[in-house]
Design a protein around this ligand. Structure first.
Ligand code: FAQ
Length: 330
């Protein structure tokens, strides 16, 4: 007969009496919904997963400034410029909180930046699509920030303290971003026929990529199961995607836009929305670096990094002088 301890070995996990005190404490904290903090012991794989997810998230915020940054000088009024500039600055702030959260796990900012500009690191697929019209600013706010909120509200309860706490403020700001996008689309939908068409075209462009943003379907998501056990992720990619579509449908009705999915319907038995087929080939191509704007986004990031070298040098020199003044005064 197989004892429960043997069964857990079959599962690939050590039996309880083989766990070290550190491992047992870690498991207890997770089971009791308590937070893991930077100085706590944690399994190597947990640390690596967090560094992977948090750094990718930070890179997404930083690269995500580009599609909208493209419109700051061309926004249709001073008010729209000011709002867009504030939004893009918020994304920079989110990137910085997230880089700081990742640094608490033992990776340096320089290492993360090298991974990004060398093209080794992933960042969200969504930021590799172009923004040809002003209506794209509305569609990004409504759909991309909307998807980001759906994905990130559960991350406020992530088991790693610095990540969960960073997410609280990020979500508050994303919620403002989503409303400003909705309001841009609403204004356009109350305008001329051309403006209405421009809004609908932008929704058509961003709808499917925003659904893909939640990540591959659950049966092709290698990281989900373990991340959910560790309570980093609280829902699977498909669960969140489903929730997002349920949120969009009534909002699309208010806007008067059509979601470009002829197969979208409610399943009568489950009451859940059933969506058409997402183009996963396109998604994986974007991840391989072959999306419409991957090369341009990385090139711009590289140039910005090189152009910013003198700022980093000046800041380091300032810090050095301050430190020597403090030392001399002591
Ligand atoms: N793009 O096993 P899973 C924003 C990768 S911030 C690129 O399911 P996981 C704010 C994934 O990394 C948007 N790669 O992975 C804003 C993994 O590759 P790896 C970013 C993707 O980690 C708005 C592989 O596929 N948000 O929008 C994508 O369990 C407007 C297998 O996937 C976050 O990062 C993708 N879409 O779940 C800014 C949220 N999806 O690393 C400016 C935090 C998957 O094994 C303007 N992250 N991959 O080589 C997460 O919640 C998770 O990491 C997921 C992926 C859900 C993204």
């Amino acid at each position: 007969m197989t004892s429960p301890a043997d069964l857990s070995l079959v599962d690939g996990e050590p039996a309880d009496d083989q766990l070290s005190d550190d491992e047992r404490l870690f498991d207890e904290l997770i089971a009791n919904e308590q937070r893991i903090e930077p100085r706590d012991w944690m399994p190597d794989a947990y640390r690596k997963t967090l560094i992977r997810q948090i750094s990718q998230h930070a890179h997404s915020e930083i690269i995500g400034m580009q599609p909208e940054g493209n419109w700051i000088t061309r926004a249709p009024s001073l008010k729209r410029k000011a709002i867009l500039m504030a939004k893009v600055q918020d994304e920079a702030g989110h990137g910085l909180y997230l880089y700081s959260a990742a640094q608490t796990l033992g990776i340096t900012r320089d290492e993360m930046m090298d991974q990004l500009i060398s093209g080794k690191a992933k960042y969200s697929s969504i930021f590799n699509y172009p923004t040809p019209t002003w209506a794209d600013m509305g569609a990004i706010g409504w759909l991309v920030d909307g998807a980001a909120i759906c994905n990130q509200v559960p991350l406020c309860r992530a088991s790693y303290g610095p990540y969960g706490r960073a997410m609280v403020r990020v979500c508050k700001e994303e919620s403002f971003h989503q409303r400003q996008g909705f309001e841009i689309l609403l204004s356009l939908m109350q305008g001329t026929d051309e403006q209405k068409q421009m809004a609908q075209d932008a929704v058509n462009r961003w709808y499917w990529p925003s659904l893909a943003m939640f990540g591959p379907p659950d049966d092709q998501s290698p990281n989900s199961a373990q991340s959910m056990k560790w309570k980093i992720k609280r829902f699977t990619n498909d669960e969140l995607r489903q929730r997002f579509v349920g949120m969009l449908v009534p909002q699309a009705e208010i806007l008067g836009v059509t979601l470009p999915d002829p197969d979208l319907r409610v399943d009568e038995e489950t009451g859940q929305y059933v969506i058409g087929e997402i183009d996963w080939d396109e998604f994986f191509e974007v991840l391989r670096g072959n999306g419409p704007c991957n090369a341009e986004r990385l090139e711009r990031r590289r140039t910005a990094h090189e152009d910013g070298a003198w700022v980093r040098e000046a800041a380091a020199e300032y810090a050095r002088k301050q430190a020597s003044k403090t030392k001399a005064a002591a």
